[in-house]
Design a protein around this ligand. Structure first.
Ligand SMILES: Cc1ncc(C[n+]2csc(CCOP(=O)(O)OP(=O)(O)O)c2C)c(N)n1
Ligand SMILES: [Mg+2]
Length: 380
């Protein structure tokens, strides 16, 4: 992408202002990815209850709009640190439900090849760093990636997620502070789902963490986390700001964790009526209604999207169940990095970005020739 292209995109989207232009196909994709996350997680939960998933099971029911809307706004050469409520972002980047379900069952076809029976994965080929379970340690990793992008002069963005509970940890402060000081191209997506395990918001913070952005010297915005287009638009604006040298953004998404922390948690600490009131704001039902009321989608079209997802997940679950356990001899293979392997690029379904080339030529490894030079200079 040249500078001229970047301006053209801004104008295209804007039609003069800063509103992104989503096509009908884009909108169907947003719905499809949210449905895919919901259906794959429902299938995973069933497999857990059938005793086919060791350990526990974690899902992001009710939070689908956040990971789908935000990741959809990125370009293939952008990079992601995805957390435990963000399955939609893995799907948008190109992971299949089959690989996700196989991972939970510890099968060889899982993203980690059976090394993790959970959600601690990220496909490096798709531009995603494997999830670090200690919270919020993906925040400093994303900040570090953004620092590398800035030092290499690349127009790329790092995006990461965290829950509101994670913002109470000191690492979070360090990541925000450094990102602010160096005006790094990073987008922080905060998912406030009401609880950190059983701890409610009122025992987590005295001031909304989104408001801390200003004190770190960058933008903080609050969006309705159950509105996929609102999350998408905030993410486009934040990533364009980052790409243009305007520094980080903290996007605060308010939502609700509709299931327990994990499948073992009965949520008995959630007061009566809370889940019922959030159920009425379900992001998928809402988006379906929005597409029918404002974008001319027929009920039949919407049902077709849903049916295709149901069929895909059923087929993927069958394949995951058929896939073998890993060879025991491979148990210690690939645990440590033996050589430097750059991350690859992910899929970017949003047509405007995917159609355009990056500003600087980027090779198959996702690094520009000039960046190779600066890396080896700094290593020397
Ligand atoms: C440093 C650290 N302490 C505890 C945990 C265990 N743990 C995993 S998720 C979680 C809750 C985090 O809450 P929040 O950040 O609000 O994210 P949510 O699970 O609500 O999406 C906890 C305590 C952890 N992973 N890392
Ligand atoms: Mg939380």
């Amino acid at each position: 992408m040249s500078d001229g292209d970047a301006r053209a995109i801004a104008t295209d989207r804007a039609g003069g202002a800063s509103e992104p232009v989503l096509t009908r196909e884009d909108r169907a994709s947003l719905l499809r990815f949210m449905l895919l996350m919901r259906a794959a997680e429902e299938r995973g939960l069933r497999l857990y209850k059938q005793g086919k998933v060791p350990g526990s099971f974690y899902d992001g029911r009710g939070q689908e709009a956040i990971s789908v809307g935000s990741s959809f706004a990125l370009a293939p050469e952008d990079r992601m640190c995805i957390l435990h409520r963000d399955l939609g972002a893995h799907f948008v980047r190109g992971v299949s439900p089959e690989r996700y379900l196989a991972n939970y069952m510890g099968r060889s076809g899982g993203v980690t090849g059976g090394k993790d029976g959970n959600l601690h994965f990220g496909d490096p080929e798709l531009g995603c760093v494997g999830m670090v379970s200690m919270l919020p340690d993906m925040a400093p990793v994303a900040t570090g990636m953004a620092l590398a992008m800035k030092m290499r002069g690349e127009r790329r963005v790092a995006m990461t997620y965290f829950g509101e509970g994670s913002t109470a940890n000191g690492q979070w402060h360090e990541a925000m502070n450094m990102a602010g000081i160096h005006r790094l191209p990073v987008v922080f997506v905060l998912e406030n789902n009401g609880y950190a395990y059983s701890t409610p918001n009122e025992l987590e913070f005295a001031a909304d963490p989104v408001e801390r952005a200003e004190s770190y010297g960058f933008h903080g915005v609050k969006v309705d986390g159950n509105d996929v287009e609102a999350v998408f638009e905030a993410s486009v604006e934040a990533s364009e700001r980052a790409r243009g040298g305007g520094g980080p953004t903290l996007i605060g998404c308010r939502t609700m964790r509709m299931h327990g922390h994990g499948a073992h948690d009965d949520m008995s600490y959630v007061p009566d009526g809370v889940l019922e009131s959030w159920e009425r704001r379900d992001p998928i039902d809402r988006y379906r209604r929005h597409l029918a009321d404002h974008h001319g989608f027929s009920e039949q079209e919407l049902d077709e999207v849903a049916t295709a997802v149901t069929e895909q997940v059923a087929e993927d679950a069958r394949r995951a169940l058929d896939s073998p356990m890993p060879e025991p001899s491979l148990a210690s293979e690939g645990l440590y990095a033996e050589a430097f392997r750059p991350l690859g690029d992910g899929v970017a379904p949003w047509s405007r970005w995917a159609e355009r080339k990056p500003l600087r030529p980027v090779n198959g490894n996702g690094r520009s020739p000039s960046s190779e030079a600066s890396v080896s200079r700094s290593a020397a």
